[in-house]
Design a protein around this ligand. Sequence first.
Ligand code: ATP
Length: 349
Amino acid sequence: MARLSLKNIQKTFGNFQALEDVNLDIASGEFICLLGGSGCGKTTLLRIIAGLEDQTSGEMLLEGADLTKVHCHKRNVGMVFQSLALFPHLNVGQNIAYGLDVRGVAKNTRLARARDLLEVVGLTGLFERPVSALSGGQRQRVAIARALAIEPTLFLMDEPFSALDAGLREHLQIEVKKLQRKLGVTTIFVTHDQNEAMSIADRIVILNEGRIEQAGSPTEVYARPQTRFVADFMGTNNIFSPEFSQGGPVMLDGVDLGSPQGDLAALSGKYTIAVRPEYVRLKPVSADESGLIGTVDFVRHLGASVETELSVGERTFIHTMVSDRAPDFQVGDRAEIQFDLSHAWVILS
Ligand code: ATP
């Protein structure tokens, strides 16, 4: 089983630095999602791991052995591209068995393995079908089966579901995750969709301009984004910069937000913090109007919960509450906004 170590990987195209000092250890059987916006270097990193591109500098070790010295055809990497790159002149079974054919595996063995994999990806009976006569989701499954046919040491996928509609995408995400767990194959999956990464990854690696901003479990990056970039990317709300005075009240625009808790108690000066919408409270405005007063701009009923958006000057705050306990504020109402500062954390800029 693979354990991949990337050490100080750099990649430049001419004067342009596409990857900068990428360090990452990937455990055997781990499902990693490389997450980031367009042009941040996700595909470049995947192509370097596959051997389709050389890094400019840095080391890549697989089970401690230098992977850079292994030619791409010998790396035993199964890859699914966004474009799928199925062979149009071959039928489904031949597409799946292709990698085994190239490796000189006997015909009976490769056909048997192709049939097994067809079953695994839920396409039993379509062996002889031309790939041109498949739906988008079926083609995706053929591409996955073809990549897995060689029993890859590393399974790499580059935005494989981005062209599919939302329902099919979610369905295939779950299937791929289950299949990957069953096979225990070390997997690196590129996506720019944070929901996709959240639902399938064991660990999410967030890239920004060629650098790793943060790596952690879906829960970690969701609950505690460390930088402004990751917070914005993960859709964190309620990010603001109050003044701290070492245990004194936390002040925002002259309003006392209460005492700082935990790590925040030691802060002094202006810091950017975040509070999740479920740790915001809304109260009727007090007679002396001493709290942080916002105006309700929008109320979204999401079934299980209600989300209320409020503005305070230029700032926007979001409050969520399970539906049966949600306060009854309407658009245009004024409300006092309170924060449970024991659940706030500092965001680095
Ligand atoms: P997307 O989500 O849009 O596919 P990405 O995160 O996968 O983006 P990459 O394809 O890795 O991004 O590209 C990273 C940067 O490197 C981009 O600015 C891209 O233009 C540049 N780049 C990639 N390949 C080359 C190349 N062969 N020559 C020059 N620049 C390149």
